[in-house]
Design a binder for this molecule. Structure first.
Ligand code: NAI
Length: 342
């Protein structure tokens, strides 16, 4: 069996609690992972390091795969998001976030199955903000043909490879005619030139959100620029039980960082009640990625066993408080571990 060295960044807030739980489950499943632990975020600052230490970036560049807990970003002041910095510095241009209904987690819709593909490197997250004069500030939205084409190709290829039906672009090109105009033009060209057999739809984002809430089953793969992808990810999480159940991957040509959609949840940090499932699902995506990239079929089989175990735990009513259950983080991890055996 091959052992894969994977960088582990526990992060801030609930990060260490949920990463501990996920590590325990992967160990119990005999996942062939050797963790290389590094810091980032407030935790790194508290230990006298940079908020995104060079050694953390270097380790990801060396090992190519990381599992990351959430990192806190100060609101309205302070350093810029290390999550955004990390994605830009490693050119992790595609954020992919599967959103699925789960048995045992009752919500308004029972058959949601969609995937959000978010452009991760530009848009309004370029961090170009200026005070023009006292009381007047600007933020620059950047769209480049290269990045718009690259994410469109990634979304269509993913849709085709996974035998999904359709890509829907949410945009606001009626108002942002140049930036969002370029985004949809690149997506449409990609559809017409390289993927004419994949379904394609464009929707103005406000109407798109309304349709999403009315009937999410009409959507399949959603392609969005950076800010819209961020907001719509949380909206879609709300359709399937909340932020505790939506995983994610940030993928580039060389490297991939797997992390839940949720943040550091300071309101519940340190209480032992955070749901580790979103990070566990991200770890399952990571094992499948290792299998795809390195031809390691053991990783795919272990991913399948872990998924079966957490599906069974939920179906048996073993849930954390965010899902209406009573279990703490460690108890839920234990419930999953018990179901790995049978
Ligand atoms: P959040 O996602 O941390 O929390 C929103 C709500 O969902 C809170 O009520 C929280 O308790 C709940 N929640 C989130 N994850 C949960 C889990 N696993 N189990 C149970 N409940 C959970 O979003 P918020 O409060 O807006 O942001 C907090 C911090 O996290 C900020 O500093 C923000 O910048 C950062 N953040 C970091 C991200 C990352 O590292 N990728 C992503 C999103 C936010």
């Amino acid at each position: 069996m091959i052992t894969h060295r994977v960088v582990l960044i526990p992060g801030d807030g609930i990060g260490p609690e949920v990463t501990d739980a996920v590590k325990q489950i992967l160990t119990a499943a005999a996942a062939p992972i050797e963790w290389v632990q590094h810091e980032a975020g407030m935790t790194a600052l508290a230990h006298g390091k940079d908020v995104l230490p060079a050694e953390t970036l270097d380790a990801i560049r060396e090992h190519h795969v990381a599992l990351k807990g959430p990192c806190t970003t100060p609101v309205g002041k302070g350093f810029s998001s290390i999550n955004v910095q990390l994605r830009k510095k490693l050119n992790l241009y595609a954020a992919v976030r599967p959103v699925r209904s789960l048995e045992g987690v009752p919500t308004r819709f029972s058959n949601v199955d969609l995937v959000i593909v978010r452009e991760n490197t530009e848009g309004l997250y370029s961090g170009i903000e200026n005070e023009v004069t006292a009381g007047v500030v600007t933020s620059t939205k950047v769209a480049t043909e290269t990045a718009c084409t690259r994410i469109a190709r990634w979304a269509f290829r993913y849709t085709q490879q996974r035998q999904r039906r359709k890509v829907t672009v949410f945009h606001k090109a009626n108002i942002m005619k140049l930036t969002d105009g370029l985004f949809i033009r690149c997506a449409k060209q990609m559809h017409e030139r390289e993927f004419p057999q994949v379904g394609y739809q464009e929707l103005i984002i406000d109407a798109g959100c309304m349709k999403m809430i009315q009937d999410p089953t009409q959507f399949d793969v959603l392609l969005l620029e950076n800010l819209y992808g961020d907001v719509v990810s949380d909206l879609c999480a709300g359709l399937v039980g909340g932020l505790g159940v939506v995983p994610g991957a940030n993928i580039g040509e060389e490297d991939a960082v797997f992390e839940a959609v949720h943040g550091s949840a300071p309101d519940i940090a340190g209480k032992g009640i955070a749901n580790p499932l979103a990070l566990l699902m991200s770890a399952v995506m990571m094992l499948n990625h290792l299998s795809d990239k390195r031809g390691d079929s053991d990783c795919r089989e272990i991913a399948r066993r872990i998924k079966t175990a957490y599906d069974r735990a939920l179906a048996d009513g073993q849930k954390t408080q965010d899902l209406g259950g009573t279990l703490g983080t460690a108890q839920f991890a234990q419930a999953v571990i018990e179901r790995l055996k049978g």
